[in-house]
Design a protein around this ligand. Structure first.
Ligand SMILES: [Zn+2]
Length: 500
């Protein structure tokens, strides 16, 4: 069987019936397609652990046809700024008495030696509010959407749905409702809070939505959130560079090897290119400074796509940037948040960002981003958490789909729950229509996940086992003695605390 670092982790048995589809970002390391730079194969009790020690311009490719009976996997290398200009290092480790967990644990030991490690305990010394995030329920909601006509998401038949504004008071009211339910720990993540709406005009994004009540209403909302003892964070973005942004200039855009600029109109803001990462930190500082002057106090900030998409190479002669430097430029943005004591978040968790990143939007199994019930590429296994559980806080989807209950995965992984998840775009990033549970029942499930997180947040996930052939029964263990067993078929679970 083969272990791949695709998002949270994937196991492909050699005879798995489903052919492996294209891996996101072509398996390029440091993206959501590879959250750690290694893969492994296990045969009987022997294993090969293959690690890339220079991951910035490398990735993995895997091939698994329908029913196997094999999976091929190998590294590949890209040029850096058009050249193979530095030594590439790979390490192959042969292991005996191997299991899924022992391979991941071997990698963890290497990661510790190589200083890729920073635990939440250590991060808590840098972020005064990290403890408040532990066991929090996540409320993800939005203020303003304005999809431009040339965007692929524009709804031509119902243009009125392309522009939606909700007042800041809708969040204020919701927070008051949560207080009535006696919720103690909540994190509010807000999309589309600035003019002219979600995914528009970045990086010129700092003026609270006028139509939603403007700065005054936003301040009141934040004060209500803080009054309840909850945390508040904004969605922000420093890669997508919109042509409609008032300060837009092609001079700061990424230049490709052939001298052109990347360009598309996938997202709400329409025509865009990418901002050269050399300029990202300047814009972060400017925007956060403006918010501070407006009196809007942030506990957290989410810098979109930094840990999901690959870093951009830029061939502009005045601001040439390699991918490796691109990741360093992104880290500098996270580090700035750290200096400001703002809890840092981005899309996925990724090893390269771990020293500076506290939490993320999610680190799901790859199947969770596809339609519920779609065939799986293999058995979902928590490889990232086996290595880094005690280093990051990861929110989990809580939907109860007909085919599967995601609540069970949230428990197995010892994460925090999404209490509310108003995805920015429907049918993208795992936001699919589903029959919601009654609020009280959903809240009760969130309470169970939160309570478990309070127990295990700072603990290493010490073991993971598949208890049946098909992978329906799974068990994870944490170093405080907590053992979580889930049955994805029956929907049953147990949480035990063993004496250490
Ligand atoms: Zn550049």
């Amino acid at each position: 069987m083969t272990l791949l670092p695709l998002q949270q982790g994937l196991l492909i048995p050699n005879t798995w019936p489903v052919a492996l589809e294209r891996i996101s970002f072509d398996g390029l390391f440091n993206t959501a397609g590879a959250t750690m730079p290694w893969f492994a194969q296990i045969k009987g009790t022997s294993a090969l652990l293959a690690t890339c020690l220079t991951p910035w311009d490398a990735g993995y490719k895997a091939d698994h046809p329908e029913n196997g009976p094999y999976t091929h996997v190998h590294f590949y290398m890209n040029k850096s700024l058009g050249k193979m200009n530095y030594p590439r290092l790979f390490r192959y480790t042969l292991l005996q008495d191997a299991s899924i967990a022992s391979v991941a644990k071997h990698y963890r030991q290497d990661a510790e030696k190589e200083k890729k490690f920073k635990t939440l305990k250590a991060k808590a010394r840098c972020f005064s509010q990290l403890d408040s995030l532990i066991g929090s329920m996540v409320v993800h909601t939005s203020i303003k959407t304005d999809i431009q006509p040339e965007s692929r998401l524009y709804m031509h038949e119902t243009p009125e749905l392309s522009k939606v504004v909700k007042p800041f008071s809708h969040v204020t009211d919701y927070v008051k409702k949560l207080q009535q339910h006696r919720l103690e720990k909540v994190y509010v993540h807000l999309d589309g809070w600035a003019e002219p709406g979600y995914d528009n005009h970045h990086p010129d994004y700092n003026e609270p939505c006028e139509e939603a009540g403007g700065t005054q209403a936003m301040k009141e909302m934040v004060e209500t959130i803080h009054g309840a003892g909850y945390l508040f964070g904004i969605h922000d973005q420093y890669r997508d560079y919109y042509l409609r942004a008032p300060s837009f200039t092609w001079e700061k855009a990424v230049v490709l090897e052939d001298g052109t600029h990347p360009e598309h109109a996938f997202w709400a803001g329409g025509r865009q290119t990418y901002l050269c990462s050399d300029f990202a930190l300047d814009y972060v500082k400017r925007n956060f400074d403006l918010l501070r002057k407006k009196g809007i106090a942030l506990d957290a900030a989410y810098l979109d796509v930094f840990t999901c998409n690959e870093a951009d190479e830029c061939f502009h002669e005045d601001h040439t940037v390699s991918r490796k430097e691109g990741y360093e430029n992104r880290l500098a943005c996270f580090d700035y948040l750290k200096e400001q004591d703002i809890l840092s978040s981005s899309e996925d968790m990724n090893e390269w960002a771990l020293p500076s990143l506290v939490f993320c939007h999610y680190e799901p199994y790859d199947f969770m981003l596809r339609e519920p019930g779609a065939p799986k590429n293999g058995i979902p296994v928590p490889l990232f958490n086996l290595v880094y559980h005690d280093c990051a806080i990861i929110p989990w989807m809580m939907e109860k789909h007909e085919e599967e209950d995601y609540f069970l995965y949230a428990l197995l992984n010892g994460g925090i729950p999404y209490l509310r998840r108003d995805g920015a775009y429907q049918n993208i990033d795992g936001s699919f229509d589903c029959q919601g549970l009654p609020f009280d029942e959903h809240l009760e499930r969130c309470r169970i996940v939160s309570k478990l997180h309070e127990e295990v947040a700072m603990s290493e996930m010490t073991n993971f086992e598949l208890l049946d052939q098909e992978g329906y029964k799974q068990r994870s263990s944490f170093d405080d003695g907590t053992v979580v067993t889930i049955d994805l078929k029956s929907g049953e679970y147990s949480i035990e605390k063993l004496d250490k």
